[in-house]
Design a binder for this molecule. Sequence first.
Ligand code: IPM
Ligand code: MN
Length: 372
Amino acid sequence: MNLKIAVLPGDGIGPEVVLQAKKALYAVGVVYDHEFVFEDALIGAVAIDKTGNPLPEQTLNLCLNTDAVIFGAVGEPKYDNNPDSKSRPVQGLLKLRQALGLYANIRPIKPYNDLLDLSPLKRKIIENTDFVIFRELSGGSYFSEKKLNEEGTVASDLCEYSEEEIARITHLAFKAALKRRKKVTLVDKASILETSRLWRKVVTEVSANYPDVVLDFLFVDNAAMQIIINPKQFDVVLTENLFGDILSDEASVITGSIGLLPSASYGNSNALFEPIHGSHSQAKGKNIANPIASILSAAMLLEHFGLHAESQKVYEAVQKAIELNVVTVDLNPYSKFGTNEVGDFISNYILSKDDLLYFNNDNVYIGQSTIV
Ligand code: IPM
Ligand code: MN
């Protein structure tokens, strides 16, 4: 298969982790005979620095004309902590999600057995947890009307949803449930919010097309508690944009580190793959960021294109790294391995190399297949 992939490393630890995802994909290409052509583009603070725009037109055009996008992270204190700053790096990502029509963000939550004791939650509560969050990504308070009065003393964020916006992600969630344990939990606040009541109505209607799937409802405050006290009850969690953002960070606690969690975002004709973590600027350039979330996002990319054996290989390589403790310091404070070494190990495992800890990074860029 030939795939053209836009790579948007962004800010903070984004470039370091994305490089490891590229290495893993490059290795998959070599082993399974696929050609993945990467093209890098600017987004976030680095884009503001160079062009004044967090999502330069060139970047958007590239993303619109590639098969998939790999995204790192955006965010930089010099813009984020400055209320007078006209552009914020995060606008680059939000505009991109909107422009690509990425309405469904999928976040799997499944802890590794070897890491269960890393979670502050008890082993018996979290082991065998396996659920996936379907977060609506292009509507709600993120994208509805925002207001600030002239004095700057009163502000509001509207939260708007249409039936169509709810129905399209609901279909995806039910289709996913059919391939899993056949349960969808809609998380909302229908006792208070009009939008939540519309979600319940539309989701109930859509559910009639999937008689084999059980649908239940949970208020978001209760859901936040249930994720911690009984996460095994969930199969597919369906929810609106802001609730999904909050609950997925909370759910990452089950896995022991947010640095492990990938995500995939789908629209009608575009797909973007990104870790759920942010840019973590303090860790930038220190070779300590966990690359696994980014590498697993690449595995989700492979799965999206029907490359199942290939994505399985990436999962297997990650599993092996964790099993052998070739991990970054978030997973093992005494680890001597950094971002790059974990990435090397995973790529070389995919390549079945004997020497699993060294990989020639330059080749990823020049597109040659020589690995040393
Ligand atoms: C995420 C992030 C983003 C979000 C930010 C960076 C805009 O937190 O992908 O979860 O809020 O959606
Ligand atoms: Mn988030």
